[in-house]
Design a protein around this ligand. Structure first.
Ligand code: PEP
Length: 250
């Protein structure tokens, strides 16, 4: 069976001191929760401090992005081997990176390959805009994003990844997708795309999260859907209530 995974994407929030203090505040309570994988994704500069704070606990650490090249003249970027001493995970292709920083499916695919080559687990974000949703394009767009992300990857590489289905209209808006909407797209556009590429065994093995205004109140309902294996959480991961949200996932 697939172990659920809840990842907190702290985005561009919390200073170094605040990040460490928050990790210290909630780590013991999170460490007691069995049956779920837990990940903190702090701002890049705060990663070493948070990694040190959660050392010896079950909490994993993820970067919110990285570059696919090994080194060189890429001002402002981080190479995979710069994050591997601290991170087990890396979020790739978040819709905010696609919208504000020009990330493309092709670039996301290169980053996935680089992450896997460095034994990092990619959390690959896909999801449609409100316009695409209203135009009835969700299914084809999301499944296209999944197929583009996995171009030239083997089944073994694919199942080492996590996919987060995050409808853009639900991120940070308080307007979460219904369980039926989220679970339906995760099944028909994400898991079925993996089945098409790699077969049913791979489709059943890969973990797929929902993301978009997940809260303490709604996490349990999402987790009741057989195709939803956890959540990528933004706003609600910044407060101590994150502990109860994680408890709600099991
Ligand atoms: C996210 O950051 O990926 C996200 C889903 O944010 P929020 O939970 O705030 O909607």
């Amino acid at each position: 069976m697939r172990t659920p995974i809840i990842a907190g994407n702290w985005k561009m929030n919390k200073t170094a001191a605040e990040s460490v203090a928050f990790a210290n505040e909630i780590k013991e309570a999170l460490n007691q929760i069995e049956g779920v994988d837990i990940v903190f994704c702090p701002p890049a500069i705060n990663i070493p401090g948070v990694a040190k704070a959660v050392q010896g606990t079950k909490i994993g650490v993820g970067a919110q992005n990285m570059y696919f090249e090994e080194k060189g003249a890429y001002t402002g970027e981080l190479a995979p081997n710069m994050i591997t001493p601290f991170c087990q995970y890396v979020i790739l292709g978040h819709s905010e990176r696609r919208a504000y920083f020009g990330e493309t499916d092709e670039g996301v695919n290169k980053k996935i390959k680089a992450a896997l080559a460095h034994n990092l687990t990619p959390i690959i974000c896909v999801g449609e805009s409100l316009e695409q949703n209203e135009a009835g394009e969700t299914q084809s767009f999301v499944s296209g994003q999944v197929k583009a992300a996995f171009a030239d990857l083997t089944a073994e590489q694919a199942t080492a990844c996590i996919i987060a289905y995050e409808p853009i209209w639900a991120i940070g808006t308080g307007k979460s997708a219904t369980v039926e909407q989220a679970g339906g797209i995760i099944k028909t556009a994400v898991r079925d795309a993996i089945a098409e590429l790699y077969g049913e065994a791979a489709a059943q093995a890969i973990r797929i999260q929902y993301g978009g205004s997940v809260t303490i109140e709604n996490i349990n309902a999402y987790m009741s859907h057989p195709d939803i294996d956890g959540a990528l959480v933004g706003g609600a991961s910044l407060k101590p209530g994150f502990v109860d949200l994680v408890k709600g996932a099991i």
